[in-house]
Ligand binder design. Structure first.
Ligand code: DOR
Length: 426
């Protein structure tokens, strides 16, 4: 089957050019302004809309195996396709946690059976994803995982993390770290700032994050391990990563849309504003934006973390940590960073597709011979974010009701449609 996608504004790796894309089976056969339409079985007119390389989210919680009441592989990956993602990297806080070839095999079976987009699992760093105790068998897991993470928990012991980095380096996989010093948490659940104090909550200090980032960067230097920091939320963490990169270390980091667009001044007494790390101060938010602009932060991930409605209905103090993000990340960032002129659209595509592909060595992109993984966005379509329209089981987002521009019309994975907007007809 050969399909011509015509009349699109196509990202050529640097800029958008008007042209066509031909898909032959699972792969891109040709791309560009002069692409030959001869010999195609089907033609899809994209009406001048933007065609982007499939977005990549290196930080999602798909909840299966273990917690299908929160999300399933089918609903989580349907949400990903709806958001324009063709590849997602799945965090290991599952049951069973993927800490051995057998337990990882359970997850891989679910992926093979139900995933609508490409799902690359992380293996745990520690047995049972406890952030402590015994390390996993890195060599046994390495062929099947994108990297190693205990996301949801920081690895508390420096000696254990150093050994984990040595073993990850030996199998050429990154350590992807949730940084959190448990003894600095002191029962906190939102940022230890003005809102917290004024409303009588218990705070999570910035130091609980950046202390471990600081420790890990030193360990990455000592061990030569590739090191990626999850969901950076504090200005101190940004500065630590900036200095590490200036010294040429193999250190990268991600942040998420909520840390770039919100701060603790935006908090309400509702569970949909609660995640870990928490929304920090305005100065932190601005430092993260600066980090994105100067290239310190190379990746925007969502930390899509669905929970049941009941688990999110217990206010700031009692709700589970985590918000969903796959289905509104691109339109939010496009509307609130690109449209006001803070960030170029091309840079947003780099942060959400090109950079994660490069850092995690995933290949792909829009070129002849690559897998046909792409998404088509109508940048002119505006609407209010309505969690009732999400395909995810999770509906908790601080962005409910926000006006955005940019609607996914089509997401194609390996040449097959993974999502098509009901309003989009050939
Ligand atoms: O908010 C969060 N939710 N942060 C995490 O680190 C874990 C995640 C989850 O799994 O729910």
């Amino acid at each position: 089957m050969r399909t011509l996608y015509r009349n699109a504004s196509i990202f050529d790796g640097e800029r958008f050019v008007t042209g066509n894309l031909v898909v032959d089976g699972e792969r891109i056969a040709g791309i560009g302004p002069d692409c030959d339409p001869a010999g195609c079985d089907a033609v899809v007119d994209l009406g001048g809309r933007h065609l982007l390389p499939g977005l990549v989210d290196v930080h999602v919680h798909l909840r299966e195996p273990g917690f299908p009441q929160k999300e399933t592989m089918a609903t989580g990956t349907a949400a990903a396709a709806h958001g324009g993602y063709t590849t997602v990297c799945a965090m290991p806080n599952l049951n069973p946690a993927p800490d051995s070839p057998e337990t990882l095999g359970v997850e891989l079976d679910v992926i093979r059976r139900d995933a609508r987009v490409k799902v690359l699992p992380y293996g745990c760093i520690t047995m049972g994803q406890r952030g402590a105790g015994e390390l996993v068998d890195f060599a046994a897991l390495a062929p099947y995982v994108v990297g190693f993470s205990d996301d949801g928990r920081g690895v508390q012991s420096e000696a254990l993390m150093e050994e984990a980095m040595r073993r990850a380096a030996a199998v050429h996989k990154p350590i992807v770290a949730h940084c959190e010093v448990d003894e600095l948490l002191r029962g906190g659940y939102i940022h230890d700032g003005d809102y917290c104090h004024e409303h009588g909550h218990r705070g999570i200090s910035s130091e609980s994050e950046w202390r471990q980032v600081e420790r890990d960067i030193a360990l990455a230097e000592r061990t030569g391990c590739q090191y990626h920091v999850c969901h950076v939320s504090t200005r101190e963490s940004v500065e630590l990563v900036r200095r590490a990169r200036a010294r040429g270390l193999a250190v990268s980091c991600e942040t998420a849309p909520h840390y770039l667009l919100l701060c603790d001044e935006d908090l309400h007494e509702e569970g949909r504003f609660k995640m870990n790390p928490p929304l920090r101060s305005r100065a932190d938010r601005d430092a993260l934006r600066e980090g994105v602009l100067d290239g310190t932060i190379e990746v925007i991930a969502t930390d899509h973390a669905p929970h049941t409605a009941e688990e999110k209905a217990r206010g700031l103090a009692g709700s589970a940590m985590g918000v969903v993000g796959l289905e509104c990340a691109f339109p939010l960032l496009y509307t609130y960073l690109v449209k006001p002129g803070m960030l170029k659209l091309e840079r947003l595509v780099a942060l959400m597709s090109l950079n994660p592909r490069r850092i995690f060595r995933l290949g792909g992109g829009l070129q002849a011979g690559a897998p046909a993984d792409f998404t088509v966005i109508d940048l002119g379509a505006s609407y209010d974010i309505d969690p009732g329209h999400f395909l995810s089981k999770g509906h908790a987002t601080p962005f409910a009701g926000w006006r955005v521009e940019g609607r996914t019309m089509l997401t194609v994975v390996d040449g097959r449609e993974a999502y098509r907007d009901p309003s989009f007809t050939k």
